[in-house]
Design a protein around this ligand. Structure first.
Ligand code: NAG
Ligand code: NAG
Ligand code: NAG
Ligand code: NAG
Ligand code: NAG
Length: 248
């Protein structure tokens, strides 16, 4: 009985030692059970990687999504700390720490960077009658926005009646109309984005539609210029030898 107890205690100690020998990450703010750190855009995160009891001094490395992080001199002996000021690109980034030259034992944490959609200012847009109108709202946010709506002079746009179309791709919401008409399409457009975390935000577009003006025929002129350019180039090529000789 005594022996069994001793064996059990010994076993426990061995397990504990293995755990202590291993690598640990501590973070502020702390990570959850899935190893995810919840943080707002630009709020600093501190990560500290430590090695348990070691016989000799050991070097540590940090990876950000499998790319090595450059560490300052001395910030890798037995213990290494990182300070991250999260940007949009750090959302979902995985930080891994392991011993240099041996990644058998490694630990990782992942950032979940929350941010609001960036759509606040008012823009003025002037379009000529019969030209295309394109209005765009940045709808990128974490957590994802719950809805995007477009209104014109305070009422929801009627896509069918107004000849408008809306495309949402998760990053932007684009309202377009080809061949705008003064009577139908001028006014104050508003794109309203709802976020489950940051509430509602809007961007306004003051759209003015001006009379159609005669456009200078750019097409034929460009073609003409291209022809002139090509001719000149051919002339240069055919005289290349001569020019080279002159230059010597
Ligand atoms: C790292 O740990 C080893 C073994 O415990 C120790 O000898 C060494 O001084 C430590 N180095 C630093 C920089 O703490
Ligand atoms: C790598 O680390 C693991 C766990 O710490 C250890 O068991 C293994 O012997 C090490 N391998 C080498 C080549 O040092
Ligand atoms: C927010 O949007 C404005 C205008 O579209 C842009 O100039 C600014 O850089 C954006 N801010 C961020 C943090 O992306
Ligand atoms: C990130 O945080 C948001 C807001 O709390 C949450 O809705 C989302 O599920 C989180 N994503 C992950 C991968 O943890
Ligand atoms: C929106 O309001 C402006 C200013 O009151 C007006 O000039 C414009 O015709 C209105 N647009 C539509 C489509 O009703």
């Amino acid at each position: 009985m005594k022996f069994i107890l001793r064996a059990a205690v010994f076993h426990f100690l061995v397990l504990y030692a293995v755990h202590v020998l291993g690598i640990n990450i501590q973070s502020k703010p702390a990570f959850n059970d899935e190893g995810v750190i919840q943080v707002k855009l630009n709020d600093p995160v501190s990560l500290v990687c430590t090695l348990g009891v070691t016989k000799a001094e050991e070097e540590l490395v940090w990876l950000r999504n499998d790319a090595a992080v450059l560490l300052k001199e001395g910030n890798n002996k037995n213990r290494s700390s990182l300070c991250v000021t999260p940007t949009y690109e750090d959302n979902g980034a995985k930080f891994t720490c392991h011993q240099k030259g041996n990644s058998t034992d490694q630990v990782s944490v992942t950032l979940n960077v929350t941010f609001a959609p960036n759509i606040s200012e008012t823009v003025e847009v002037t379009v000529e009658e019969e030209d295309d109108l394109v209005l765009e709202c940045d709808t990128r946010a974490n957590p994802l926005v719950s809805s995007v709506t477009w209104s014109l002079n305070g009422s929801l746009v009627d896509l069918l009646a107004d000849g408008l179309s809306v495309i949402n791709n998760g990053l932007t919401s684009q309202l377009t109309s080809s061949k705008v008409k003064k009577t139908l399409h001028g006014g104050m457009y508003t794109c309203t984005v709802d976020s489950p975390m940051y509430g509602s935000s809007s961007r306004h577009f003051q759209v003015t539609i001006t009379d159609k003006t005669l456009k200078f025929p750019l097409g034929p002129m460009i073609a003409g210029l291209v022809v002139v350019g090509l001719t000149a180039l051919l002339a240069v090529v055919s005289r290349w030898r001569k020019i080279v000789k002159c230059c010597k």
